[in-house]
Design a protein around this ligand. Structure first.
Ligand code: ADP
Ligand code: MG
Length: 355
């Protein structure tokens, strides 16, 4: 059984390339983009809504309503995976995201995003995905006696470009600092060394409660903030005489539950709401640009992308799960989500993308 090292004094780790025996497909791969259609909810059913979208197979989704030809919008979209409303979160995880998440144990920084309008299923999906992934990381640790592991957990919320520690003692906004070795770091962020699985579940529950307190005190809902849960996995070969490149590895996996992608103009934005809207749009727009370019990119344009800089592009692996409602009343937002997803996949469309 692999062991946990409880020593927090070790700070300088080298992030090494992947262990080529595991997950060798990681290299040279584009971003993994999946779409998940949620079922109609009770209110939508009560309004006699029918699903406007059809999953033709496990990579293709089609808008089954006619749209004006002059709009030049595609009706059919192809992604790495498309999950119909009957799919469970376990299937969404197993069928693509698992590989991405588990790259972290081989020293690859990884991020998994949930993108979509409010109430499309981002939090529902991301909760399940993060829990399955963390359970698999724990299994991996227990199956690898030849290495010693240190797992560290942290969680933040970004609201109006202000960063809050979800495990911190107070709610003072945290600053971002540029560390010459580690890149952008969140100053004074609480990072807890995880003892075991039940400890990790406890930490997740604290974050969840803290998120809800934040919502109440800010008189806001989580739909206007981004949440990032991050697990850092450090490991050391037990046999220090080994000259192996893999004698020490360190990388993190970030689970990012993004703010709702709807535009502020559609949420009757006034005053501070408008400000929130512009911050959300800036983050999502920058994220969109970063994801599209993945090189020479404007990471510095938003805190979200600054914090995630090491987990985007370069040798990092990225997956996006775009969630959408099947209802007619959300059709425009669903289409925007698909256009964002298509851009992330660098599929060219002749349409303007608004995020
Ligand atoms: P978001 O985080 O995008 O605002 P939520 O994850 O809170 O949306 O989902 C909105 C509602 O829909 C919640 O009540 C959630 O339980 C439900 N829901 C979302 N996705 C699914 C799904 N795939 N299957 C069943 N219920 C879902
Ligand atoms: Mg949510």
């Amino acid at each position: 059984m692999g062991s946990f090292r409880d020593d927090e004094s070790i700070h300088s780790f080298q992030s090494l390339q992947s262990d080529s025996t595991i997950l060798s497909s990681a290299q040279g791969e584009k971003i993994f983009v999946a779409v998940r259609l949620r079922p109609l909810d009770d209110k939508e059913i009560a309004r006699n809504e029918a699903s406007e979208w059809e999953c033709i197979n496990n990579t293709t989704i089609m808008h089954n309503k006619e749209i004006p030809e002059k709009s030049m919008l595609p009706t059919t979209y192809v992604f790495d995976k498309v999950f119909a409303c009957e799919s469970s979160t376990k299937e969404v995880y197993e069928d693509g995201l698992k590989n991405v998440a588990l790259s972290v144990v081989t020293g690859i920084n990884t991020s998994i995003f949930a993108y979509g309008q409010t109430s499309s299923g981002k939090t529902y999906t991301m909760r399940g995905i993060s829990e399955y992934a963390m359970a698999d990381i724990f299994d991996y640790v227990h199956e690898h006696d030849e290495r010693e592991f240190v797992l560290k957990f942290s969680a933040i919320e970004i609201y109006n470009e202000s960063v809050r520690d979800l495990l911190g003692m107070d709610s003072t906004p945290l600053r971002l600092l540029d560390d010459p070795e580690r890149g952008t770091v969140v100053e004074k962020l609480t990072e807890v060394t995880v003892r075991d699985w039940s400890h990790l579940k406890e930490l997740m529950a604290i974050c969840e409660a803290e998120r809800q307190i934040g919502e109440t005190s800010l008189n806001a809902t989580s739909s206007r903030s981004h949440q990032i849960i991050r697990l850092t996995v450090e490991s050391y070969a037990q046999d220090f005489s080994s000259a192996d490149d893999l004698s020490s590895l360190a990388a993190s996996v970030s689970f990012v539950d993004l703010a709702g992608s709807e535009r502020s103009s559609q949420t009757l934005a006034v005053g501070s709401r408008l400000k929130e809207g512009s911050h959300i749009n800036r983050s999502l727009l920058t994220l969109g640009t970063v994801i599209r370019k993945l090189r020479h990119v404007p990471f510095r344009d938003s805190k979200l992308t600054r914090i995630l800089q090491n987990s985007l592009g370069g040798n990092a692996r990225t997956a996006i799960i775009c969630t959408m409602s099947p209802a007619h009343c959300h059709a425009e937002q669903s289409r925007n989500t698909l256009l964002f997803a298509a851009c992330a996949k660098q599929v060219s469309t002749n349409a303007q993308v608004n995020v």
